[in-house]
Design a protein around this ligand. Structure first.
Ligand code: SF4
Length: 159
């Protein structure tokens, strides 16, 4: 199971298949990580630095994180994609500037992720991973298999 949690300036990626239940997350920041609570990760409960340090100690790689860099990610199910755009919006009268997207097709076999792209000037900030996670999470919630034909999405799933 893949989940993306975002709050303020931090984005947290959770891959439950990797978790070894060593519970370093729970002991490192019990307010943030609580097994049995829904959602079990609540990023509003502790400062970003505490959460970041706790995630760095996850021995399995089940938890990873990045800064949001003032970039918001949302699912756009009507157009079968997730989209990245400046969280602070745009100048008055200007359209919201899209800086990245991850596209998928819904087929009988599953959700096919076939394209992921981020504007080059925003590269290296973890935005593509957030875009892909957003789609994977939605597919899993819909009970669908994820089929990555986009090489970046395939890499994320193989990690
Ligand atoms: S620290 Fe990592 S491996 Fe340990 S319980 Fe938390 S998520 Fe799982």
């Amino acid at each position: 199971m893949h989940r993306l949690y975002e709050y303020g300036d931090i984005a947290v990626f959770w891959d439950s298949d990797k978790c070894r239940h060593a519970k370093r997350c729970v002991t490192g920041s019990p307010e943030t990580f609580e097994f049995g609570r829904r959602p079990w990760i609540d990023l509003s409960k502790a400062p970003t630095a505490t959460i970041w340090k706790t995630i760095a100690k996850c021995p399995s790689g089940a938890l990873t994180c990045s800064y949001t860099h003032d970039i918001a990610i949302k699912l756009d199910p009507e157009n079968n994609r997730s989209v990245a755009y400046p969280a602070s919006g745009s100048a008055p009268g200007e359209p919201v500037r899209q800086i990245g997207e991850c596209d998928y097709r819904i087929t009988e076999d599953g959700w096919v992720i076939y394209h992921t792209e981020v504007s080059p000037e925003y590269g290296g900030r973890g935005i593509a991973k957030r875009l892909v996670y957003k789609v994977i999470e939605a597919a899993e919630r819909a009970g669908a298999k994820v089929i990555p034909t986009c090489s970046y999405a395939a890499k994320i799933l193989a990690e």
